[in-house]
Design a protein. Structure first.
Ligand SMILES: Cc1cc2nc3c(=O)[nH]c(=O)nc-3n(C[C@H](O)[C@H](O)[C@H](O)COP(=O)(O)O)c2cc1C
Length: 333
């Protein structure tokens, strides 16, 4: 079973950290759908130290979400260590994760994120400094390398372990690849074979069968799911069940999808207020509706809606239309 430091997960399924997605509203849904470990969206060290209200909100962890990993990123050792101390002493998170994989220029520009992938010594220095300053387990999330000519995942994984890191997650792409091409899981296998701390595999797991294949092919201890769970927490639940029992549960019906989407929106509204929540929810709704018959017709209305109640009405009418359509199909069959 996946165990990071003293923190034990009930299964190997991990919700990936996703900026703009993994706030308490979505994390709690992921948890209720059985996910073993949920990761929070990344927070910058500087933002933690300057402590504005919004950042403090990003550090909030609901008791029901645990175990939870909270990810920080930063450019210099001192601010990273100080931010880690805040997470260690002032939050309810179980694990402190350091981001070394984010390809977003805003992050790499300040020497943070993926840039460290070029230098195992730097990784050792940064992770040691954080480990020495905190009592929660420290983990690292990394890409396999900077580009195809600089893939140092094995040395980097060893550096994390030597520095006292308690686990690593490996996304099987280079920084240069962004999200193009395929995640190369053979590097996850290499990382797993080179260290004795847990390795969580990541990249292109979009079905429960993919998750099983990743575990089998790489020997990794956990499977981290990102885009596959967007608007689709059932993917997490179905993966947990598939790994446990071998049974592949069906995809949810439209009504169930909309029920959870509305719950998601209401939790977001409780967290951020109606205005922000409804706006943020538009992208999530596009994901929830993906693949549903007739969804294209309500997309425009969703993208313009600003009120919770009106959004609910659009969604409920959509579901009612689906039932009607299904009835027609039965009658004419
Ligand atoms: C919308 C979005 C936001 C992301 N934000 C983060 C982040 O805050 N920290 C991080 O380490 N990775 C972030 N990632 C990368 C994912 O955690 C993951 O490594 C990547 O999506 C590959 O996994 P997948 O193929 O399952 O999506 C983000 C990805 C997406 C799609």
């Amino acid at each position: 079973m996946l165990k990071i430091g003293d923190i034990e997960m009930k299964n190997p399924v991990v919700l990936a950290p996703m900026a703009g997605v993994c706030n308490p509203a979505f994390r709690l849904i992921a948890k209720e759908f059985g996910t073993g470990l949920v990761c929070a969206e990344m927070v910058s060290d500087k933002a933690i130290l300057h402590g504005n209200k919004r950042t403090r909100e990003m550090l909030f962890v609901d008791e029901r979400e645990k175990p939870l990993s909270l990810q920080i990123f930063g450019g210099d050792r001192e601010s990273l260590v100080e931010a880690a101390k805040v997470v260690d002493q002032e939050t309810n998170a179980d694990i402190i994760d350091i981001n070394m994989g984010c390809p977003v220029p805003k992050v790499t520009k300040c020497d943070a994120g993926a840039r460290w992938l070029l230098d195992p010594n730097k990784i050792h220095e940064m992770v040691s400094a954080v480990v020495d300053a905190v009592s929660k387990p420290v983990t690292v999330k990394m890409r396999i390398g900077w580009d195809a000519e600089h893939i140092y995942v094995v040395d980097n994984a060893k550096a994390v372990e030597a520095a006292g890191g308690k686990a690593i997650s490996v996304h099987g792409r280079t920084r240069e690849q962004l999200y193009t091409g395929h995640a190369d899981w053979s590097y996850i296998k290499q990382a797993k074979e080179s260290v004795s701390i847990p390795v969580i595999g990541n990249g292109d797991v979009s079905t429960p069968e993919d998750a099983k294949r990743m575990l089998e092919e790489t020997g990794c201890d956990g499977v981290m799911i990102g885009r596959g769970a967007l608007g689709n927490p059932w993917m997490l639940y179905r993966t947990v069940e598939y790994l446990k029992t071998g049974v592949l549960l069906p995809e949810p019906e439209a009504e169930e999808k909309i029920r959870i989407a509305i719950l998601h929106m209401d939790r977001l509204a409780a967290l951020k207020g109606e205005h922000v929540a409804v706006k943020e929810m538009r992208k999530h709704l596009a994901w929830y509706l993906k693949g549903l018959k007739g969804a294209a017709r309500i997309k425009d209305a969703i993208m313009e809606e600003t009120r919770r109640d009106k959004m609910v009405r659009i969604l409920e009418e959509f579901v009612a239309g689906q039932d009607h359509k299904n009835l027609e199909t039965v009658e004419t069959a």
